[in-house]
Design a protein around this ligand. Structure first.
Ligand SMILES: [Zn+2]
Length: 132
């Protein structure tokens, strides 16, 4: 479930200080679309961008963002995250249409979780972070 291009664009702004940012808006749009496609939430997009910033000094190519997102998913699996379900496309994040029982707090932060095992696991991790 891709995120809004605006949300992806906001995360990509964090990369503007890196070397070799494309001068051509079409190229930047391509990269924005790629991030929007590989991220299932704003949190995902932020994590992909944070990972890129920690490891690189050059602006990413679309293929590199895809690879960074793939590694993020692998890392979660190795951290003991349970499998997801087809409703959340194995992300743990619920599509908006099935998230009506979420709390106001979750809504405000823009995070919605699936009712499956992965969703509950992610929700717990999210709550632990929020409490810290
Ligand atoms: Zn699910």
């Amino acid at each position: 479930m891709p995120i809004a291009k605006k949300a992806a664009s906001e995360q990509l702004r964090r990369l503007n200080g890196l070397n070799f940012r494309p001068m051509d808006d079409v190229a930047v749009t391509e990269i924005t679309d790629t991030l929007a496609q590989v991220a299932n939430s704003s949190d995902d997009a932020a994590e992909v961008v944070s990972t890129w910033l920690r490891e690189n000094v050059d602006y990413p190519k679309p293929s590199q963002l895809i690879e960074t997102a793939r590694r993020m998913i692998e890392r979660r699996k190795s951290n003991g995250a349970p499998g997801g379900c087809s409703i959340c496309s194995y992300t743990g994040h619920a599509p908006v249409t099935v998230a009506q029982s979420d709390t106001v707090l979750e809504y405000v932060r823009g995070v919605r979780f699936c009712d499956c095992a992965l969703g509950l696991w992610r929700k717990q991790k999210w709550q632990e972070r929020g409490a810290a």
